[in-house]
Design a protein around this ligand. Structure first.
Ligand code: UT7
Length: 325
């Protein structure tokens, strides 16, 4: 088995910023409520002309530049997204075309906020077994297109963006362990009820706003804390690494209070976690991808560091990954 690591990272955030005070003008909320209950100050919104694959393209180009690879060097593209450009073809195929990555095998992964870790885990296995040499893993979302902008309990939370990582064989370090979990019995806590075969699009589904995110936030909060703690502990045990040996944790950015509660359970203060939720809100699969990129570019991750990725999302799904940088 080959040793697999991240050899390049990239990101793209749409230009348009939607602040908490902007939201105060459209729904019954306040900057004070959003800041204290979630940690979010602002989020990005894709332009009308920008679909998920457009965001993914910019993040992918950034990551390939960082990895010093050409699009033709990529043999596998996995896009983690719950907001694909369309039902089919896969957003990964659309990205392949716009990127000019003619030699890549392409598919999407729908594992919501844990999608980036799921995609990393899949890509790692293809490379470790020598099937493909270089993989491009992208987390990209335009959650603004499935957000109910009249529902204050959800519209303050989400944002758009994309992050990417290039995975390849490395001589030292790399991915030490990944851990994934799923529990479909709690799928009703977070979903987009219509638009699939269960509730195909109709005037009724549109009038009932069933094409938008429905979330039972309060119930989800507790499960998020427990599963993210469990995933972190499980992946560290698998890797044979103590929590004290981890230099930085990059958590899914759903709520600063969730991250603080996970930290408390793990016996860690908030400064062990990389946070960018204040600037971007929850971008589902893109949250971890963008956070990983920013942590590297800001020098929060240095060569030799042990990094823990930890996420949780709709499905329910969760996952964690330990990487020696
Ligand atoms: O991405 C992965 C999945 N997502 C998550 O894991 C999210 C998990 N859940 C959460 O982060 C939190 O539950 C929320 C941020 C969604 C909500 O925070 P909360 O502290 O759980 O609030 P709550 O739902 O219990 O609501 C408390 C109050 C309610 O008012 P009453 O009934 O106490 O009068 C809500 O109506 O806050 C009210 N409220 C708001 N007030 C102002 C809900 N949303 C807002 C809002 N502005 N935007």
């Amino acid at each position: 088995m080959k040793r697999v690591g991240v050899i390049g990272v990239g990101k793209y955030l749409p230009k348009k910023i939607l602040s908490n005070s902007d939201l105060e003008k459209t729904v019954d909320t306040s900057d004070e409520w959003i800041t204290t209950r979630t940690g979010i100050k602002e989020r990005r919104l894709a332009a009308k002309t920008e679909a998920t694959s457009d965001l993914a393209l910019k993040a992918a180009k950034d990551a390939l530049l960082d990895a010093k690879l050409n699009p033709s060097d990529v043999e596998l593209i996995i896009v983690a997204t719950v907001t694909p450009d369309m039902q089919f073809p896969a957003t990964a195929c659309l990205l392949q075309n716009s990127l000019g990555a003619k030699n890549a095998v392409c598919f999407d992964v729908a594992a919501a906020c844990a999608g980036f870790i799921y995609a990393i885990s899949i890509a790692q296995q293809f490379i470790a077994r020598g099937v493909y040499k270089n993989a491009l893993v992208v987390g990209a979302e335009t959650l603004s297109t499935i957000t109910d902008w009249q529902d204050r309990s959800t519209c303050v939370l989400f944002g758009d963006g994309a992050g990417a990582a290039v995975l390849s064989e490395v001589k030292s370090g790399g991915i030490i362990s990944t851990y994934l979990g799923s529990d479909g019995s709690m799928s009703e806590l977070l979903m987009v009820p219509a638009g699939g075969s269960r509730n195909p699009a109709s005037y009724k589904t549109i009038d009932s706003r069933l094409h938008c995110i429905k979330m039972r936030g309060n119930e989800l909060f507790k499960v998020a804390v427990n599963t993210m703690t469990h995933a972190a502990e499980a992946v560290l045990k698998q890797a044979g690494i103590k929590i004290s040996e981890v230099n930085l944790i990059i958590p899914h950015q759903a709520n600063t209070r969730i991250i603080a509660a996970v930290g408390k359970k793990l016996g860690l203060s908030l400064d062990k976690f990389y946070l960018n939720i204040e600037r971007y809100g929850n971008m589902s699969s893109a949250s971890l991808a963008v956070a990983l990129c920013e942590a590297v570019k800001e020098g929060r991750i240095k060569k030799g560091d042990t990094v823990l990725l930890d996420a949780f999302g709709a499905g329910l799904v969760w996952g964690a990954c330990v990487i020696k940088w």
